[in-house]
Design a protein around this ligand. Structure first.
Ligand code: 26Q
Length: 851
């Protein structure tokens, strides 16, 4: 890890703002101002010094006296004070990276699920204790101020959170990276429950002020849309050009991405859409004020809201506008702002690798081609050779319906020149394929970027695969299935293009910040250093046999459960009991993830108790917590939420099971809640149908925090199980080949229903109206879906799941044995640090490194 570059290089030019130095307007007085040469001193690292700065922020920034300030004033002033401590490092990092001319990772992602910033900034600067004392001396409470922060929920789930973990790791590893994305005005909706049903509310994360962002309107970029293409004669060469019909401005907002105590701060640059001057002119000229304002609104709509979909892409025009908007801004930004003036774009691959986070940014491929060929007048072949080296593609799914396609008609209307370029890429690619395989037209059709059925459309995953230097899946199994099932013809044609990088999670946020008690125990035991070298967790292995350590470890878990239950009591009026086994299933609501299987387990336990088949005294006391948002348009997912809440209401109120089974479903699961839930969990539910969950990353967070996993052989579960060992993992269910076999043979859910008595009784209980006030119709859609049209075969794994849960109960009864397993889960999960993922990307894909 590099030294703190701020302490070794104190001077920072006062005229340089990260990434925008050459875009500043107005006179460049600072370079000649006498104070410009004075070093920007790092703020004083003392409690008194911090208090002074905080009060100045509060008084002059927020404009209030401490005595009259609200918690929000205090939070905003604190955030701005803390960010000052990162400022010098940020400027210095930008300068250092610019001077190094090192290869930069341009992470292109439509989503970043960042979580709260203040805690992470305090950790990165190692200011927590100073700030804690400073706030106390002001009569304030740091945790209260931290709780005031609204997390930027600019992502749906795993893919967005992964992007946030990756940029954290790159900053911590001193690798130059710019995260590029969209500054949605409204992030993922806020979930509430009304009578047990999900109701969505807008996420107004900007309403109370956003102290972590730095807008740069002076660096705005124009983005064109619509119109037509034409050819023209350019000194004897026929060239194409795009004549667009409308445009918008992209205004960048910079966010700090601090490395962990290494003096580095990388940049996340999110784009916000604004109307261009043309819109103002329209207001002026038209005299139709409301019509002109409508046009303004139209422009700003592009970044208004995050699409709350996960795994069910919808071909919405606005979504395509979002995608093109942010990649066009980002590529132009890199070429014109980051690269030095006069840079020879033939050498572009030496300076940038754009990582495509799924297909959402893939329109960047024809955009770079358009810039090189139309604007910079490169030969096509030359431009293609460059473009081919500048992109790499990560696929995050296996569900065929999740593969993004865009109707040719829509692309032609919105981005006519890009469509032409895509056609030419496809023509040349298919010509190669034909030459290689001798006009094998079936194969050609399978590989084509453009497909004709049911209407002509562009397959973005094919475009990404053709254009990318490398294509990777996100866990071993997923990468294998990606090669064998999703893109087999491509992997046959380009075997070396395909690789795997198993996902990871940042130990800063998900261990050090989220689990301070466990972190303290680890540091007491191993010394410092493990936070950036997570393989060192393996040194904990020997302590699994140490009785004192086990006791301390149990106390940590208990403290985290208490902390969670205090939170849930205050946040949701949920009352839970500490001595229960805490069993947690948190993730997006989707049929493939099989929340219904978990519900069937609970209903079955309940049914066995109320029917008298089982003495409640013999049931392991268990609290089950769900957290899940359903896409607003995903009907059956929303019904499943209603079912969970309905079962909870009945089970929790039934005196027969009182103290034995408890079910809680706190609303609005997000990163902030995850940080409290995961450290408290004892059992992690990872029960997707094998072959469906590309990786999962929640699974890793749980294991790192000492939860044992009950899981199928899916995604990264396979690797967790292999690393922690079968004895410390509750595996169950069909394997992926068994799933395929059953699909081929024909899955008939009713056979399981008829032949597994506990299953029949559980389903019948739901169908009887026991959880719907006697109304038999209420959950009929779920029951009939499970029995007649369940692509995810929940019933086929039910018996095996119940058997595994019985093993969980037996294991939990052995307190010392469970603790050993829990410790070994932590000790053996260091592999799942996103630092390791980044090392893999750097060596297998990016061919870049630290500077
Ligand atoms: C696409 C088009 C239109 C609207 C929305 C979307 C859209 C948005 C988000 C499609 C997919 C997503 C998110 C996908 C996602 O989160 N996938 C998860 O990625 C994780 C990180 O690799 C994996 O661990 C999970 O297994 C995978 O489900």
């Amino acid at each position: 890890m590099s030294a703190d570059i701020v302490s070794t290089t104190p001077g920072v030019p006062a005229d340089e703002s990260p990434l925008t130095a050459r875009h500043q307007t107005g006179p460049m007085f600072a370079a000649t101002h006498p104070l410009a040469l004075a070093p920007v001193a790092a703020p004083p690292h003392s409690v008194d010094g911090f208090v002074r700065e905080f009060l100045r922020e509060l008084n002059t920034g927020q404009g209030v006296a401490l005595a009259r300030s609200t918690v929000n004033d205090q939070y905003l002033a604190l955030a701005r004070t803390v960010r000052h401590y990162l400022m010098a490092r940020w400027l210095e990092t930008a300068k250092h990276q610019r001077a190094s001319k090192a290869k930069t990772v341009g992470y292109l992602s439509a989503e970043y699920l960042l979580g709260r910033q203040l805690g992470n900034a305090l950790l990165a600067t190692d200011l927590n204790d100073i700030v804690d004392n400073a706030m106390t001396s002001c009569g304030l409470d740091l945790p209260t101020l931290r709780a005031q922060e609204v997390e930027p929920g600019l992502g749906n789930g795993g893919l967005g959170r992964l992007a946030a973990c990756f940029i954290d790791s790159l900053a911590t590893m001193s690798v130059p990276c710019i995260g590029y994305g969209i500054r949605y005005e409204y992030g993922i909706f806020k979930q509430t429950f009304v009578d047990g049903r999900q109701v969505e509310q807008p996420d107004t994360w900007l309403a109370l002020g956003s102290p972590w962002e730095f807008p740069h309107p002076e660096a705005a970029v124009q983005v064109d849309f619509g119109g037509y293409t034409e050819t023209y004669d350019d000194a004897g060469v026929t060239r194409s050009r795009w004549v667009p019909s409308w445009n918008v401005l992209g205004v960048p907002y910079n966010y700090m991405v601090p490395g962990y105590q290494n003096g580095r701060v990388n940049t996340l640059r999110l784009w916000s859409a604004q109307a261009t001057k043309a819109f103002d002119l329209a207001i002026f000229n038209s005299g139709d004020y409301s019509e002109a304002v409508r046009a303004q609104t139209f422009a700003e709509n592009i970044t208004k809201v995050l699409y709350p979909e996960d795994s069910t892409p919808q071909g919405k025009e606005l979504r395509l506008q979002q995608q093109y908007f942010f990649v066009a801004c980002s590529i132009r930004d890199f070429i014109e702002q980051i690269l030095e003036d006069g840079f020879d774009l033939h050498n572009l691959p030496e300076r940038i690798i754009f990582q495509l986070n799924d297909t959402h940014p893939v329109i960047a491929v024809p955009e770079l081609m358009r810039i090189l060929v139309d604007e910079k007048k490169f030969e096509w072949a030359e431009a293609w050779q460059i473009t081919n080296q500048c992109f790499a593609y990560t696929c995050h799914t296996l569900l065929p319906e999740a593969l993004e396609v865009w109707p040719d008609e829509l692309l032609g209307r919105l981005l006519p020149r890009h469509l032409e370029i895509i056609y030419r890429i496809n023509d040349e690619f298919l010509a190669e394929v034909r030459q290689h395989y001798g006009n094998d037209e079936l194969r050609v059709r399978a590989m084509s970027i453009v497909a004709d059925f049911p209407e002509r459309h562009v397959r973005m995953a094919h475009l990404a695969t053709v254009a990318a230097t490398k294509v990777n899946g996100v866990a071993e199994l997923h990468s294998q299935l990606l090669r064998d099932k999703l893109l087999p013809a491509f992997s046959e044609y380009w075997p070396d293009k395909f690789t795997n990088v198993t996902n990871g999670v940042t130990p800063r946020r998900f261990v050090r910040l989220a689990n301070p008690s466990l972190s303290a125990l680890i540091t007491d035991t191993l010394g410092p250093g493990w936070v950036t070298d997570l393989d060192r967790l393996s040194e904990l292995e020997q302590y699994a046999e140490d009785e004192d350590f086990r006791k301390a470890f149990r106390e940590v878990k208990l403290a985290n459960k208490t902390r969670l239950y205090d939170l849930l009591r205050a946040r949701d009026d949920i009352n839970l009991e500490n001595h229960h086994l805490l069993d947690v299933m948190v993730k997006r609501l989707h049929e493939y993830k099989r929340q219904t299987l978990k519900v069937l387990h609970i209903v079955s336990l309940y049914e066995q108790i109320i029917s008298g088949a089982v003495d409640p005294e013999t049931v392991t006391p268990r609290t089950v917590i769900f957290g899940a948002k359903a896409a607003p348009g995903y009907r059956i997912a929303k019904e499943i939420i209603y079912l969970i809440n309905s079962v909870a209401e009945v089970v929790n109120a039934d005196p027969v099971v009182a103290g034995r089974i408890n079910l809680a479903f706190p609303a609005n699961y997000n990163v902030t809640l995850a940080e409290k839930l995961i450290p408290a969990a004892e059992l992690s539910e990872q029960i997707s149908l094998a072959g469906m969950e590309a990786s999962g990353t929640g699974n890793m967070k749980f294991a790192l925090n000492g939860a044992l996993t009950i899981g199928t052989d899916d995604g990264a579960n396979v690797e967790i199980r292999k690393l922690v060992g079968d004895a410390h993992f509750f595996g169950f269910g069909m394997t992926e080949p068994e799933v395929t076999e059953l699909q081929t043979a024909g899955y008939r859910a009713t056979e399981y229903y008829e032949s597994v008595p506990l299953l029949k009784r559980a389903i019948d209980l739901i169908a009887s109206g026991a959880f719907s006030g006697g109304n038999r119709g209420t959950f009929e859609p779920i029951v009939s879906s499970l029995l007649y049209e369940d692509r995810f075969m929940a019933l086929a794994d039910f018996q095996s799941y119940l058997d595994a849960q019985a093993k969980v109960e037996a294991a939990y009864a052995d307190v010392e044995g469970w603790t050993k397993s829990s410790i070994l889960n932590v000790a053996r999960s260091g592999f799942f640090s996103s630092d390791r993922s980044m090392r893999d990307y750097l060596s297998r894909i990016w061919r870049a490194g630290a500077v």
